[in-house]
Design a protein around this ligand. Structure first.
Ligand SMILES: NC(=O)c1ccc[n+]([C@@H]2O[C@H](COP(=O)([O-])OP(=O)(O)OC[C@H]3O[C@@H](n4cnc5c(N)ncnc54)[C@H](OP(=O)(O)O)[C@@H]3O)[C@@H](O)[C@H]2O)c1
Length: 329
């Protein structure tokens, strides 16, 4: 397998390298790709230095798979050019997610939709991935009617520049701002850009991507996305109303039987998910599971995951593993 990481110098690219190494991904050659600014930089993989190359050089090398995490405009311009030379692209940006000709994949939920002819595959947004991971098994059993979600998202979800902004603010240093306001000691109800309907793009991703992944356009979703000063790991307060009645013990059972989910929910020992402890892990952590007594068939839960792992790099690598394992590449 010849694999390229496009955006290898970024936050997600860096975690992709770690995940490929940890999972012993079957690699014959790894191409590390970034913007022209980074060409020639050395990055370590399995103890060896690899030089960063440009996108055109990587296309000439015709990799089997390209893992993209270099922003939407880079994906829009370059993913089709990789696809033309036969590369299968798995893209982390929002560029292709809602394109009806592209699949939006969380392997535990819908990898079986993939075929050999899918040359550009979209990885969902980080906040969507952890939410659908926790909801898919419940949707299959009780059918979701409506979701109300509030997110508490870490600065690493915005990229290197935002992490630097927070670190500078903690140290009292001046520097570039990734956000319109300070993030240290703050909460900013503004993730990604505002749309005409008054919601942010991040909030609308939670609506549209959830419906697409769960293949059900009737699911009503409303979201408020908030940036908070945590370094890694997004948290979500999810209120979900089902068509059918549920039993709390069965809900816990369904979640604990789902690959990639860990339940942390013991009030006696103060056990509940937190981003500090989800950091660096691949699972989606679910806790504070409780019935919403204010209306029938409604559940509250608190869902936390590392946005750079399952929310991005790990999910992408899992898609690549599925393609290889099923001879789709
Ligand atoms: N952070 C998250 O939690 C998260 C989660 C899911 C999806 N994503 C998506 O993943 C992508 C990367 O996010 P990130 O957080 O890793 O951002 P980042 O830390 O800012 O890294 C951006 C990467 O893209 C490269 N790049 C930028 N412009 C390029 C160009 N014109 N040609 C080639 N490479 C270019 C950069 O290379 P240089 O170093 O050379 O500039 C760098 O490697 C974004 O699309 C983001 O929406 C992020």
């Amino acid at each position: 397998m010849k694999v390229a990481i496009v955006g290898a110098t970024g936050l997600v690219g860096n975690v992709m390298l770690k995940v490929l190494e940890e999972r012993n991904f079957p690699l014959d050659e790894l191409l590390l790709v970034a913007s022209e600014r980074s060409v020639g930089k050395k990055i370590k993989f399995k103890g060896k230095d690899i030089s960063v190359i440009s996108i055109p050089t990587a296309i000439e090398a015709k990799p089997d798979i390209a893992l993209f995490s270099a922003g939407g405009s880079t994906s829009l311009e370059w993913a089709p050019k990789f696809a033309e030379v036969g590369t299968t692209v798995i893209d982390n940006s929002s560029a292709w997610r809602m394109d009806s000709s592209k699949k939006l994949i969380v392997p535990e939920i819908n990898a079986n939709e993939l075929t050999k002819s899918d040359k550009i595959i979209a990885n969902p947004n980080c906040s969507t991935i952890q939410m659908v991971m926790a909801l898919a098994p419940l949707h299959n059993k009780y059918k979701i009617k409506r979701i109300v979600v509030s997110t508490y998202q870490s600065v690493s979800g915005t990229g290197v520049k935002a992490v630097e902004q927070m670190e500078n603010e903690i140290l009292g240093k001046k520097g570039d701002m990734a956000y319109p306001y300070p993030i240290h000691k703050n909460a900013i109800p503004h993730c990604d850009i505002f749309e005409d309907n008054g919601y942010t793009k991040e909030e609308m991703k939670l609506v549209n991507e959830t419906q697409k992944i769960l293949s059900d356009r009737t699911i009503a979703v409303t979201a408020t996305a908030v940036r908070i000063p945590t370094a890694g790991g997004h948290s979500e307060a999810i209120n979900v109303e089902f068509e059918n009645a549920f039993d709390i013990t069965e809900v816990r059972q369904l979640l604990s039987n789902t690959d990639g989910i860990t339940i942390q929910d013991n009030l006696e020992t103060n056990s509940y998910p937190m981003p500090m402890y989800a950091h660096g892990k691949d699972d989606v952590f679910v806790g504070r599971i409780r019935r919403d007594g204010s209306q029938p068939n409604t559940l509250n839960m608190w869902v936390v995951s590392d946005n750079l792992r399952k929310g991005a790099a790990t999910n992408t690598v899992q898609i690549a593993e599925f393609l290889i394992g099923n001879a789709l590449v």
